[in-house]
Write a protein that binds this ligand. Sequence first.
Ligand SMILES: NC(=O)C1=CN([C@@H]2O[C@H](COP(=O)(O)OP(=O)(O)OC[C@H]3O[C@@H](n4cnc5c(N)ncnc54)[C@H](O)[C@@H]3O)[C@@H](O)[C@H]2O)C=CC1
Ligand SMILES: C[C@@H](CO)CCC[C@@H](C)[C@H]1CC[C@H]2[C@@H]3[C@H](O)CC4=CC(=O)CC[C@]4(C)[C@H]3CC[C@]12C
Length: 368
Amino acid sequence: MANSAQTQELVYLVTGGCGFLGEHVVRMLLQREPRLRELRIFDLHLGPWLEELKTGPVQVTAIQGDVTQAHEVAAAVAGAHVVIHTAGLVDVFGKTSPETIHEVNVQGTQNVIEACVQTGTRFLIYTSSMEVVGPNIKGQPFYRGNENTPYEAVHRHPYPCSKALAERLVLEANGREVLGGLPLVTCALRPTGIYGEGHQIMKDFYHQGLRLGGRLFRAIPASVEHGRVYVGNVAWMHVLVARELEHRAALMGGQVYFCYDNSPYKSYEDFNMEFLGPCGLRLVGTRPLMPYWLLVLLAALNTLLQWLLRPLLLYAPLLNPYTLAVANTTFTVSTDKARRHFGYEPLFSWEESRTRTIHWVQTAEGSA
Ligand SMILES: NC(=O)C1=CN([C@@H]2O[C@H](COP(=O)(O)OP(=O)(O)OC[C@H]3O[C@@H](n4cnc5c(N)ncnc54)[C@H](O)[C@@H]3O)[C@@H](O)[C@H]2O)C=CC1
Ligand SMILES: C[C@@H](CO)CCC[C@@H](C)[C@H]1CC[C@H]2[C@@H]3[C@H](O)CC4=CC(=O)CC[C@]4(C)[C@H]3CC[C@]12C
């Protein structure tokens, strides 16, 4: 909670502050950054929940804007001490064109960097993704790796390509001189698959299960581990990095950190059942019910249907060759780099993260 003994002097900007992760970052900052004077929330779509934040001691400024518009970004950044750039197009389902994904994720990030340089903002934290590393196009496993684990990070899909390019831009910008002559300090956080309150795909699976009479059918072998991290802990890591970047610029500047916590290593489907099970769903099968080649065929068929139907409607199912490959490839992290560099410990235990997520799925049911 904000401590009135400390001077409230800092101005933060959170891009994408109305998204799934962004909302948690915003709320976490208000709770855990006592030096905050003003919090600017920049997003293409502003959420109505922002209104309730405006009555607190911190000035909350909602800015409707587009990261692809350099002048809008520059106006929002001017005067901010810290920028947390979490805005992005998270599309692995073919809803948007590769060009748009590139424009938002890469050009948008370039605009944020240039705005920092031009207006004199010194600290920039970028929300990257595990996807900048893998799974790669060869489907090679990354088993409990860390930030230094060798891995062939080669991608073809627009989303990981864009995140990798944007991350590189952010890291290369570390040390650039900003207005006033001081160096820019940047770093990138790479969450694995985020879960928690507000996770749309979890909700989609829940409703799919309800439609199928309370059942989901196992498609991926239980032995394929998929890295997951609780949204509250990802937000906490952003807040800590933002706080420590100034004091530990030499150590943290230009670095990447996986976002991790104590969530268990499990397959994507088994992990989801940790929440969906207590909400009344059952995962049928100890082994996949369909042979893998049939899933590959269905995923390819979905791609074809998406292409054929495009002139008429947007067909964007969860299953496509890319999502299947990601779900079917082991990718888990095991690291303590964030603890060593800036003292990160997860704020929420696994039990608490689980309880909060179950509660959200249960209460979100009626509102869907
Ligand atoms: N959801 C996940 O599992 C993971 C997400 N990430 C990254 O975390 C960040 C946040 O992702 P989520 O919260 O899941 O996505 P989200 O879609 O819920 O949030 C993204 C926010 O960015 C905003 N936005 C999109 N285009 C914009 C534009 N042109 N200008 C301004 N704002 C724009 C959206 O309106 C939205 O509020 C993204 O950068 C994503 O790549 C990284 C790893 C995992
Ligand atoms: C084959 C299906 C059988 O039930 C399951 C399909 C699940 C997929 C929709 C998800 C499996 C893995 C997810 C991705 C992963 O968590 C990593 C991600 C990181 C990001 O930065 C953005 C989101 C995502 C790509 C995430 C998207 C959904 C999955 C592919």
